[in-house]
Design a protein around this ligand. Structure first.
Ligand code: NAP
Length: 505
């Protein structure tokens, strides 16, 4: 760089200087405006109409005015609008007046059942872009979307579906808070472009979903309640019910029926704390099981170009939710365990044991092995919870987004297996030799932690098998596109040489 600059300084040739100055004046990046970039508009431009003066209309108007857009609200009865409801900059008119004042964009901030009442405005709405912000009443309630019905009613207007996933509250609190995405769909590219420009100007991020036929899906988005969480939450709940019920029958009901021992007080804390780690462990294993299924399926098929069965696809997509639920159960288990010494039952047992020993004159020797066991058990548990917390933190979009794909896979897969191994070790140290004593199998029912540890152990063994060089090398080849049987014939000039290498180009 330095020598080039010196050369430039030494050069007396005007030709060289001219050529260089030409070169310097050329921008490094071509000065092309992205087609979607909003042109700089003067304040007050454009004039946007909003039909309806309800909650959504008000929030929308406040936001638009704050962004320097001129707003006119069209109401059936202007006199009924309370003074101060809209900002002073908003012009209040009747519906006809508002539509006439709008440059192009008209928001319909009213419920879709009232769209027919706008048919009288059809002539003045010709060529205008109608933005339909409505939502479905209930999931699957109608085959045709509100937006498509609106397009049928106003064939000479352009209908764009959008803003329905943004709440009136989000519009008011500002685009920096909450979800910034505004999903749009329309059959008119020009219409979508104009609405996208306005959206960006309001500080939101427009996302083009495609044609108006997608409006039905879009209208039902706000009605869905955690759709991706339903399966994982149900699985967690059912597992909890299973372990809780199993623990109840084995540890409370059967001893009561057989020996009349009343320990129903354990239902509130002890049994919950016994079930939670079992659920956390099984759920964590369920996070890694679909990945193993996928790997073995690819090995068996000898290709990665065959689709996984639908259930496996869904399962793979739910791993994040399962992982977070496992962390939730493990964290609750940690808190419940900390509460253990506070229990009346625990304190009573400790004092009673000490009293009985003193009374009987027994001095119990220091149990070195027991001390090691309890320390190791607690330490593995704390470490497992710590690693699980890291996994949970990196699954947050804000954190995950700053990680490279390599870093993300290292954390989610590498640390994930570390968390599973630590959790299994925590459980096995807890079980120690008790797992092999006949006392553990009263009523022919093994303790719940033995049931809980079976699946995670199987997952870890399968994972270790996949790490064997002969298997992992084959899997790596398959994942790089190699196929045992090629379904698609390779063109002649692409054939590999006899030794399996590609011919040199
Ligand atoms: P709203 O408070 O009840 O307001 C609806 C407005 O529609 C009324 O204030 C009324 O204004 C107007 N309207 C026009 N013709 C009407 C007629 N024939 N009968 C009754 N009202 C008529 O409802 P909103 O919460 O603003 O919701 C409006 C639309 O926005 C709905 O489609 C909703 O799904 C959608 N949306 C709302 C939110 C939200 O957070 N609120 C979020 C996303 C989408 P005039 O009396 O002045 O004409």
């Amino acid at each position: 760089m330095q020598s080039r600059e010196r050369e430039r300084a030494d050069s007396n040739s005007s030709e060289t200087v001219d050529a260089m100055s030409d070169e310097m004046s050329t921008p490094l990046l071509p000065d092309t405006e992205a087609p979607d970039d909003p042109p700089l508009l003067a304040p007050g431009q454009p004039t946007v109409a909003i039909l309806g003066s309800g909650d959504f209309s008000r929030s929308l108007a406040v936001r638009l005015v704050a962004c320097g857009v001129s707003v006119v609200v069209g109401s059936r009865c202007v006199k009924r609008i309370a003074p101060g409801l809209f900002p002073d900059a908003v012009e209040l008119r009747n519906q006809e007046g508002a539509v006439a004042k709008a440059d192009r964009l008209v928001f319909l901030a009213l419920f879709p059942e009232y769209y027919p009442s706008l048919l009288g405005l059809r002539a003045s709405l010709v060529g205008k872009i109608l933005i339909d912000v409505s939502n479905a009443v209930e999931l699957g309630s109608s085959k045709v979307s509100n937006a498509e019905r609106l397009a049928e009613m106003f064939p000479e207007s352009v209908v764009v579906k959008g803003f329905n996933v943004i709440s009136a509250w989000t519009l008011q609190t500002g685009a920096q808070d909450g979800n910034r995405q505004v999903l749009l769909c329309s059959d008119s590219t020009e219409g979508k472009r104009e609405v996208a420009q306005l959206t960006r100007r309001m500080g939101f991020h427009p996302v083009d979903l495609g044609g108006l036929c997608l409006a039905r899906d879009l209208e039902s988005v706000p009605l869905r309640l955690f759709p991706s969480w339903r399966g994982p939450v149900l699985t967690t709940f059912l597992l909890f019910l299973f372990f809780y019920g199993y623990g109840f029958i084995r540890g409370i009901l059967l001893p009561y029926l057989a020996y009349g021992r009343n320990s129903f007080y354990r239902l509130a804390l002890d049994l919950v704390n016994e079930s939670l780690p079992a659920v956390a462990l099984v759920i964590l294993a369920l996070v890694y099981l679909p990945g193993l299924f996928a790997a073995w399926l690819q090995l068996w098929r000898g290709t990665k170009y065959q689709r996984f069965p639908g259930w496996l696809d869904v399962w793979l997509l739910r791993r994040k939710q399962l992982g977070l639920l496992s962390f939730f159960c493990a964290a609750l288990h940690g808190v419940y365990s900390l509460c253990h010494p506070l229990r009346t039952a625990t304190r009573h047992r400790l004092i009673n044991a000490a009293y009985t020993q003193v009374k009987a004159g027994i001095e119990e020797p220091w149990d070195e092995l027991g001390a090691w066991r309890s320390d190791l058990y607690l330490s593995f548990g704390v470490l497992a919870l710590g690693v699980l917390s890291l996994l949970a933190i990196t699954s947050l979009p804000a954190v995950g987004n700053i990680l490279t794909w390599r870093e993300f896979t290292f954390v989610q897969s590498g640390l994930g297996y570390a968390a599973l191994t630590l959790s299994v070790t925590h459980t096995l140290v807890f079980g120690w030799d008790f797992a092999f004593s006949p006392q553990a199998y009263t009523f022919y029912m093994p303790p719940s932690y033995i049931l809980a540890v079976a699946l995670p152990c199987a997952v870890l063994v399968c994972r270790c098998l996949l790490l064997l060089p002969c298997i992992s090398a084959r899997l790596a080849r398959i994942r790089r596109g190699w196929e045992r049987i090629r379904k698609c014939p390779v063109p002649q000039h692409h054939h590999a040489g006899d030794n399996g290498t590609l011919p040199e180009v």
